[in-house]
Design a protein around this ligand. Structure first.
Ligand SMILES: C[S@@+](CC[C@H](N)C(=O)[O-])C[C@H]1O[C@@H](n2cnc3c(N)ncnc32)[C@H](O)[C@@H]1O
Length: 406
């Protein structure tokens, strides 16, 4: 893939040649360190740096942008207008023969699902157009992590994004019209991927899932949310039934944490509307299943919520990046058909399925705590303490005793 040193290549500067870079730095008036930064991140310089660089390299901004593959709206417009004359110059990049499924093997299956071993891109190539109802993808984040599969998790920015675009394009192809695609990643990567998705799917939400994912970093804000992108194919989702959440109460005294003032009677007994900021998804750390600690396991609660929101029983769910199999477990427990893929060892997933009843208990626990303003235990505790409940407000209203202060 041609994703390296695009900036230096465009300028005719040898990326590995310190002398070359130093000379160009002198000519352009831009320090070597900054030039290396532009090259490393494939960033088009602006302002005085751009002016100095264009003069020194004797090129135009258009030429620089084209060679770096950084196309702004004006360039895209020009390409669009001249598409017929440009087309013969661009060789067709679509592989002419369907690549055979060489290294994909079926690892195990359940009544509802199948887990394959191999590269998800290869598996995707074998899947039919418009065949999947919901796709959830949690790829490696390119953080130089060591995976049991020994994949390269330290790609250059452009290469990582290009890799993501490849499998995303296939995901979009296999998604049914009205189907939903969820992408879980660091905000940094998802911010870039939105512009790619924009031309193919309809944006629904950027959901911020409040989980701290690293230690505080000096001179940065404390990274505290993952991005969950939610797109659909076409104009309208086939399925959208988000859960409603319980009202937040003090865990000790069960009192209100927010002032609902005179609106208590307007609160829906079925729970609070879910927003696009999720603060109740726990990080997963196992004391018991130590081997699962390194698998980047997501909470079953997260996948329960997504699958519930955007699919129905019997629908087909696909997750290209197995890890510890959270998506497959949630899908199985919720009566969805599923297809999975993991490039590395998958014994963790199989071990997990052997203990499915334990997972069912966890899921039932989650589900018992939602879709009601005050789930059973909270309601009992509030009644004991004489705190308002939906029923008490209703009775007061019937008797004409309900006031602004409740
Ligand atoms: C972030 S983890 C997924 C964790 C998962 N969501 C869970 O909750 O357990 C990403 C996984 O994708 C796998 N992987 C990486 N590249 C892959 C590829 N090209 N095809 C299939 N799996 C891949 C890695 O081995 C890793 O287990």
């Amino acid at each position: 893939m041609g994703y390296s040193n695009q900036f230096f290549k465009a300028l005719g500067v040898g990326a590995d040649n310190g002398g070359d870079i130093a000379t160009f730095a002198k000519q352009s008036g831009v320090p070597s360190k900054k030039l290396k930064y532009y090259n490393e991140h494939n960033i088009v310089p602006t302002g005085n740096d751009l002016e100095g660089i264009l003069v020194a390299a004797k090129i135009t901004e258009l030429s620089l942008r084209l060679k770096m593959g950084r196309l702004d709206k004006d360039i895209i417009e020009a390409i669009r207008e001249n598409a017929d004359s440009i087309l013969p110059l661009i060789k067709d990049r679509t592989p002419s023969v369907e690549s055979p499924m060489t290294s994909i093997t079926l690892e195990f299956e359940t009544v509802l699902g199948r887990l394959y071993k191999g590269d998800c891109y290869e598996l995707l190539k074998t899947m039919e157009n418009d065949s999947v109802d919901l796709i959830f993808a949690d790829p490696p984040f390119n953080l130089a992590k060591l995976y049991p599969s020994e994949i390269n998790d330290k790609l250059r920015t452009e290469k990582y994004l290009h890799w993501c675009q490849e499998w995303i394009k296939e995901c979009v192809r296999v998604l049914k019209p009205g189907g939903a695609l969820f992408l879980w990643n660091l905000p940094k990567w998802n911010a870039s991927l939105t512009s790619y998705l924009e031309g193919m799917l309809t944006f629904r939400h950027w959901i911020a899932v409040d989980i701290k994912y690293s230690l505080p970093i000096q001179s940065r804000l404390y990274p505290s949310h993952y991005s969950l992108l939610y797109y659909i194919k076409g104009e309208r989702p086939n399925t959208f039934h988000p859960d409603r959440l319980a009202m937040e109460v003090c865990p000790k005294c069960y009192g209100d944490l927010k002032d609902y003032g005179g609106y208590k009677d307007k609160m829906n007994p079925a729970g609070v509307n879910i927003s696009d900021v999720w603060t109740d998804i726990p990080p997963v750390r196992h004391a018991k299943y130590k081997r699962r600690n390194g698998s980047n396991e997501l909470s079953l609660k997260l996948l329960d919520r997504i699958i519930e929101m955007a699919s129905n029983e019997g629908d087909l769910v696909f997750d290209p990046f197995g890890g510890s199999g959270t998506t497959y477990m949630a899908a199985e427990l919720k009566g969805r058909r599923w297809i999975g893929c993991e490039i590395g060892p998958s014994d963790i997933i199989q071990d997990r399925f052997a203990l499915i009843d334990k997972e069912r208990e966890i899921l039932e626990g989650y589900r018992a705590s939602i879709n009601s303003l005050f789930p059973r235990k909270t309601k009992l505790e509030r009644e004991k303490r004489g705190l308002w409940t939906c029923e008490s407000v209703k009775i007061k209203k019937q008797r004409g005793l309900f006031s602004e202060k409740g």
